[in-house]
Design a binder for this molecule. Structure first.
Ligand SMILES: [Zn+2]
Length: 335
């Protein structure tokens, strides 16, 4: 089994480097964190058979690490663990926000460009959005080789869809835009040629390049279609090195997860599971979908449940909380 280092994508490592114990757990990958939590729980409740079953899905390397990690668990204290979970939650939420802003701008810009300059829009081979200190920008580029920019749409940071500017002067890419275009194109090639990427009927895949603090990545996410559901899953993360070479392709969910938004009766909560290779925490793509399609639902909260954790995303204040299964079960018992 291949273990995808999901935690690295969210880069919480830097912020928790000072925590001696947890450095080892966080710097490697999420699977270790699951092991920690699972080990802690199952040792406590002697539910070893489930744990053994779970361990079978973990690579031999992880099994070797298990003994070592158990030692760390014994030294572990709850406050430290909570602090780390808080940092993980904050970094996932921030990543989700960044992804959302890009998708929001791309979506609104597409509507603006198509409705006012439909003919020119037909020449477009794609688009991407990026945020600078000044504003949020979406550009549409031509289909030919050596493409040029066909239109530039700008919003201010407040993301008010009625306040925008559109410039349809054809121009060259800026240096910054060239980088975005390059990683986006490489991601498009990978999506076509690599069997890791799945296509589902009646959906399309959006490529969302993000460059921040020198880190380059492209999220590949399934676009929403039906009005009465929110599609999660069938999403991927492609990481690039500074020279725009692909260093890693990660599948973020195992499949496509359509969550019905309900009929006449208002549904207050939704949930889905993260199993196997999927991150034990909510993903930035989950948060992006929740934020983009908030208006479609009556949800107050959405849960993501994994072996070790429960992530709860609150719609009202967009707060993310990550609890260990231990904490979660205590809360449920007291209810
Ligand atoms: Zn998810």
């Amino acid at each position: 089994m291949h273990v995808y280092p999901a935690i690295k994508n969210y880069e919480p490592v830097k912020s928790i480097k000072r925590n001696g114990i947890l450095l080892i757990l966080s710097a490697k990958n999420v699977m270790k964190l699951i092991l920690v939590s699972a080990a802690k729980r199952y040792a406590k409740f002697a539910r070893l058979f489930i744990f053994t079953k779970y361990l079978l899905t973990v690579s031999p390397l992880m099994k070797k690490l298990f003994t070592l990690i158990t030692l760390f668990i014994l030294a572990q204290n709850v406050t430290a663990q909570k602090k780390v979970l808080r940092q993980i939650a904050d970094s996932i939420n921030a990543e989700g926000e960044m992804l959302y802003r890009s998708e929001w701008a791309s979506g609104h810009s597409t509507q603006i460009f198509a409705s006012s300059f439909g003919r020119k829009k037909l020449l477009s081979g794609g688009y991407f959005s990026y945020e600078t200190k000044k504003e949020m920008t979406t550009i549409f580029f031509s289909k030919n080789e050596g493409p040029v920019v066909l239109a530039t749409v700008k919003f201010d940071h407040g993301l008010d869809s009625s306040k925008y500017s559109i410039d349809t002067t054809t121009r060259k890419f800026t240096e910054n835009e060239k980088e975005f275009y390059t990683i986006r194109s490489k991601a498009a090639q990978a999506v076509l040629n690599d069997t890791l990427f799945k296509f589902y009927e009646h959906t399309s895949l959006n490529l969302v390049p993000i460059i921040k603090n020198g880190t380059k990545k492209v999220y590949v996410i399934t676009a929403q279609t039906a009005p009465d559901e929110i599609l999660l899953g069938n999403d991927y993360l492609i990481n690039f090195d500074k020279d725009n070479g692909i260093i890693r392709k990660t599948k973020l969910h195992n499949n496509l997860i359509p969550l019905g938004t309900g009929g006449k009766e208002a549904i207050k909560a939704s949930s889905h599971q993260h199993l196997g290779e999927t991150s034990p925490f909510i993903t930035a793509t989950d948060i992006c979908a929740f934020k983009l399609w908030k208006a479609k639902t009556t949800w107050v909260i959405s849960f993501v449940v994994s072996v070790g954790y429960v992530s709860a995303w609150h719609f009202r204040d967009e707060f993310l909380e990550i609890l260990t299964q231990d904490e979660w079960q205590k809360i449920m018992k007291n209810k």
